[in-house]
Design a binder for this molecule. Sequence first.
Ligand SMILES: Cc1ncc(COP(=O)(O)O)c(C=O)c1O
Length: 375
Amino acid sequence: MKLFDVYPLFDIEIVKGKGCNVWDEKGQEYLDLYGGHAVISIGHSHPHYIDVITKQLNKLGFYSNSVQNSLQRTLAERLGKASGYEDYSLFLVNSGAEANENAMKLASFYNGRTRILSIEKAFHGRTSLAVEATNNPKIVAPINNNEHVTFLPINDLDAWKAEIEKDDVCACIIECIQGVGGIRMVDADFLQGLRKLCDEHNTVLICDEIQCGYGRSGKFFAHQHLGVRPDLITVAKGIGNGFPMSGLIISPKFEAVYSQLGTTFGGNHLACSAALAVLDVIEQENLIQNAAEVGEYLINRLKEEKLPHVVDVRGRGLMIGIELDVPYKEIRTKLVKEQHCFTGCSGTNVIRLLPPLCITKENADDFIERFKRVL
Ligand SMILES: Cc1ncc(COP(=O)(O)O)c(C=O)c1O
């Protein structure tokens, strides 16, 4: 059997990681400004993370959600405290798309409606409703195209108001910093206006914090820069530092109903141990403050350098977009092949930086030197 060929791959195999660096099978070291697609929060192969997961694996890897799992309760308590949502509840699943799928499902159970509003250029995952709420017709199969979703311009409150006032909108789903969409940012006036409209019309406000959350923006959640509390928050990527895991954080206004939501693997013992180790390290090493400080430093330096081909630098914390006046492809490839540095990308001309939250100012300076050499 061969692999189903859906990924355009770099011809590189990464076999080892440490902090903000990874190594290929030939021993070549790379600077990781991509974080394995925003997944690596506390850094590669953190010793505490390895220790906690190893100890758990030696006791029990998995048992089903039909019995008590105190690791899930501990995680809910710790996450509530760390994020400022102690009065909310947690439902654990396995991937970002699955978290969004459950968010929209819960919203629909709540108000009985079927319409979703989503932002132009949004990405919410590849399962049925998550992909329908993703603004990329190329990845929406005919079977997923069920006319539940209307895409509206970012920050255009009047356009959203006109739809919400029809009183048939189930939920608005928002990435406060769009990832795949090119690091486009929601502004405070828009989100606060949307919160008010959702309250007035019994519409559920969902923040997809799968990429911009878990400390990456310099606060626990990106929406916390904008002064709003959503009804539902989805998290994935950084929650497990690479262990596949995601969660739905649920406001007290939703009532839990037995068997309405469920999963086989979600919240298993290993996943919870990974997530608890991640929270330990985020707290012990002040990684959210580090994301704010190093992120600001990197954004300012990228702006001050007035680099050729760079027309805009935007973002918050360690979620940074560098817009170029040329396609990113050649520059990104040279960064990997010649400068041994991984970055992400968006659209056709945005380099996306999503480093581990433990990146240092020296790593940031190092990146800028490597970047200059390929421009
Ligand atoms: C904002 C956002 N939502 C949802 C997803 C989907 O997550 P997953 O690939 O874990 O299903 C992603 C993945 O990149 C994302 O960036």
